[in-house]
Design a protein around this ligand. Structure first.
Ligand SMILES: Cc1ncc(C[n+]2csc(CCOP(=O)(O)OP(=O)(O)O)c2C)c(N)n1
Length: 362
């Protein structure tokens, strides 16, 4: 059976048909907003891949196919909550109010892309975590602190399906249950961990079953249905806010892209599987639903695509206009006091940069 079609928490299926009555909050205006956000973040994704291909960005992990998960997270969290993301989370971060330029800076190798302080209230969000599952341990620390502060704020952490096999994830889950902390885990189960398929990643039928051993709530949701994702995340956040503890959400989706721009997924997965997954992707189904409801049209779609293109072009212009970070700044974030050795290396880099500015490229 196709896992993307299995029965799970869902309101709108891949044909764009309602399979359960919409929740009260889900009016057409809100759903149109979700749709527009998903299309905009997909436009960004296409552009980011193109920037990498033309040498203007480092290795980039596409979020193609996980727009519903990200937009639901970004919209469901309150400003005062804390988001602990992993590397595929541009949609959530953008929906939290963090500029896309930051994302380009980060993947362009500029540490300043991780500084959210200019974005005001979001400065407590953590930067992307690339070492798999380590962010879950950070999230436990954050959530434990929020509990002590007693302000009814919640932490939300994301990870991939592969990450759920790691000790960091399982230990974090255990602490979340044992300490009854305000923490929501969202697994982006996109069926692949680079070239390892979900089927051999773990023996459990559902990744949400892992919650049971930790004594917390676990739920499997259609990660391609933004309505179901928002509904479950919002409820889990409220559950945690009321002091009722953590939830593990498994969002079932599919990685429609390569793992990153450094990967070629055609070497390990079939074209048939990929084509089938495209039938289930999150944007198409919501578009069909909105059109069926008379809330959207093909012309609206064309207009929105044009608008997205303009927005993204401006983001890219801003990114390309940023003065590059000085190479020696790599030493600024390592130690409070640099050793003799590192000071020498730093001087070498500074001198080389000065020589190159002076025209000596030797
Ligand atoms: C601790 C650690 N081990 C290995 C890697 C190399 N690595 C990068 S991504 C990845 C797979 C992660 O898959 P998954 O958790 O399913 O997330 P996805 O990339 O599919 O969203 C691995 C093993 C890493 N980044 N960190």
């Amino acid at each position: 059976m196709n896992v993307l079609a299995m029965p799970m928490h869902r309101f709108i299926d891949h044909h764009g048909k309602l399979v359960n009555p919409l929740p009260e909050w889900a009016d057409l205006m809100t759903l149109k907003g979700f749709y527009c956000d998903m299309v905009l973040t997909r436009s960004y994704d296409n552009k980011a891949v193109a920037l990498q291909r033309t040498g203007k960005l480092g290795t980039y992990p596409s979020h193609l196919g996980s727009e519903a998960i990200g937009i639901a997270i970004g919209r469901a969290l309150k400003k005062t909550d804390v988001f602990i993301p992993y590397y595929r989370d541009l949609p959530a971060m953008w929906a939290r109010g963090i500029g896309m330029e930051k994302n380009l800076q980060y993947w362009g190798g500029d540490e300043r892309g991780s500084d959210f302080s200019p974005d005001g209230e979001h400065c407590r969000d953590l930067p992307f975590c690339v070492p798999i599952a380590t962010q879950c341990t950070h999230a436990v620390g954050v959530a434990a602190a929020l509990k002590i502060q007693g302000n009814h704020h919640v932490a939300l952490v994301t990870c991939g399906d592969g990450a759920t096999s790691k000790g960091d994830f399982l230990e974090s889950l255990n602490c979340a249950g044992a300490w009854n902390i305000p923490l929501v885990f969202v697994i982006n189960n996109n069926q692949w961990a680079i070239s390892v398929p979900r089927s051999i990643q773990c023996g459990a039928e559902l990744l949400s079953d892992k919650a049971k051993g930790a004594g917390i709530e676990g739920i499997t949701v259609d990660g391609n249905d933004v309505v179901a994702m928002f509904d479950v995340i919002a409820k889990s956040l409220e559950h945690a806010r009321k002091g009722k503890g953590a939830t593990l959400i498994e969002a079932v989706s599919y990685r429609l892209s390569d793992h990153t721009t450094a990967d070629d997924a055609s070497r390990y997965r079939s074209e048939d599987e990929l084509q089938q997954a495209w039938e289930f992707e999150p944007i198409k189904r919501l578009k069909s639903f909105l059109i069926e409801q008379g809330a959207w049209s093909e012309q609206d779609d064309i207009n929105w695509q044009v608008h997205c293109k303009e927005v993204i072009e401006k983001v890219v212009d801003n990114y390309l206009g940023i003065t590059p970070q000085a190479p020696e700044s790599a030493f600024d974030f390592l130690y409070e006091q640099l050793s003799e050795d590192l000071l020498n290396q730093r001087d070498l880099i500074i001198n080389k940069a000065m020589r190159m500015q002076g025209g000596d490229h030797g």
